[in-house]
Design a protein around this ligand. Structure first.
Ligand SMILES: C[S@@+](CC[C@H](N)C(=O)[O-])C[C@H]1O[C@@H](n2cnc3c(N)ncnc32)[C@H](O)[C@@H]1O
Length: 360
């Protein structure tokens, strides 16, 4: 691999003793990120992480952090939070040298909590279908809600593009700052509604809820958006403005511990929908099994719908079976699978940019 050719070059250090060592797992983690995850979305992150992978002195510093804190996304966001601008690797390395103590402080005190309002576009058809089928407004609980920006599907605007025509939806009442327009390409028989569902109650659970009225939290959310993705940063700012008008109720704690209690507060006259996106990867298999049990008991007791929008590798079933439909792996790679009550209904772009409805 071309990227490995610089393994003996150590920008910013004269210690040549690292050169003979095989690449560490951390270096490989950064190299994989630079080769496979960042390209296409961030040329800057690709260059930086390939630079880090070939920089043993920096890898050694990163390895002083606990294992779960070494992930590329977290350290890159910490640097961006502190002001790192798009630049060649050498300049980024100088930035890290100058700010290492602060980078470490941010890495140790923060977590990856990207909150992507765009995901509402891929959840909206299901929310609307549930509300229409029950003839009732919705009560939403998002587990792993971050700042709760996905709890406002009724307050954003949408453009669904099937390649030949665009379906536009907008909230009836738009007040204050402009609502973001969530653009999503569609494939297959996506059941697009003709109006937005009514949401009468919304709440979320997160280990560490972020506060849309806390400038540091909002700056962290912005730092989590990759450098070149200005349109996502703009969308984030608009969604934060929407959420600030009436911030959602967010409960701090583990989703398995908090869900039943929170669901008990949802109004009886609304249809309860429990949903999550980009969360199950944070749970181990036992925690995921417990979560499924909790959902099952809620569904059997109070009654609820369950929407799961997650990478297909984290939706294993308790009995070891797999609900992922048989299809070529590359159709699912880098995308989410949307399940309604455990049944796959769509393949979705991870930031809400696309939805492919699966044939029933
Ligand atoms: C990648 S963010 C996704 C946020 C939001 N669902 C979205 O789609 O924009 C994952 C969130 O899940 C939260 N989380 C992870 N494990 C959790 C748990 N056991 N209980 C509650 N929240 C959890 C994290 O703190 C983080 O805010």
């Amino acid at each position: 691999m071309a990227a490995e050719s610089g393994a003996s070059a150590e920008p910013g250090t004269s210690d040549a003793s690292h050169a003979a060592k095989p690449p560490s797992r951390t270096a490989e983690w950064y190299r994989h990120f630079g080769l496979f995850e960042a390209p296409g979305s961030s040329a800057c992150y690709s260059e930086w992480t390939l630079g880090i992978a070939d920089d043993p002195a920096l890898i050694e510093r990163i390895e002083q952090w606990p294992h779960h804190k070494r992930q590329p996304n977290l350290m890159l966001a910490a640097a961006r939070f502190l002001g790192a601008q798009i630049s060649p690797y050498a300049a980024f390395r100088e930035f890290l040298d100058a700010h290492w103590t602060d980078v470490t402080r941010i890495v140790l005190s923060r977590a990856t909590q990207t909150n992507e309002a765009g995901r509402c576009a891929t959840l909206l058809p299901s929310f609307a279908a549930i509300a229409a089928a029950d003839g009732k407004p919705l009560a939403l609980i998002e587990v792993g809600a971050s700042a709760g920006l996905v709890l406002f599907p009724d307050q954003y605007s949408y453009e669904f593009d099937d390649g030949t025509s665009v379906t536009r939806l907008a909230p009836a009442r738009v007040s204050g700052s402009e609502a973001p327009v969530l653009r999503c390409t569609t494939t297959g028989p996506v059941p697009l509604p003709d109006r937005l569902p009514e949401v009468t109650w919304r709440a979320g659970i997160d280990l560490n809820p972020l506060d849309v009225n806390n400038p540091e939290d909002v700056a962290w959310l912005e730092a989590l958006v990759w450098p070149e993705q200005d349109f996502r940063r703009e969308r984030l700012r608009q969604a934060v403005a929407v959420a600030r008008r009436d911030p959602p109720r967010l409960v701090a704690g583990d989703l398995n511990r908090q869900l039943l209690d929170l669901a008990g507060h949802a109004p009886d006259e609304a249809t309860l929908v429990i949903f999550h996106s980009a969360v199950l990867g944070y749970l181990n298999a036992g925690e995921r099994a417990r979560f499924r049990e909790t959902i099952a008991s809620l569904a059997a007791g109070r009654g609820c719908h369950w929407l799961s929008n997650e990478g297909h590798k984290v939706i294993d079933q308790e009995d070891g079976s797999n609900v992922v439909p048989e299809m070529a792996e590359d159709r699912l790679r880098g995308r989410f699978l949307l399940l309604h009550n455990g049944k796959p209904v769509a393949i979705t772009g991870p930031h809400g940019q696309s939805i492919e409805w699966l044939e029933p």
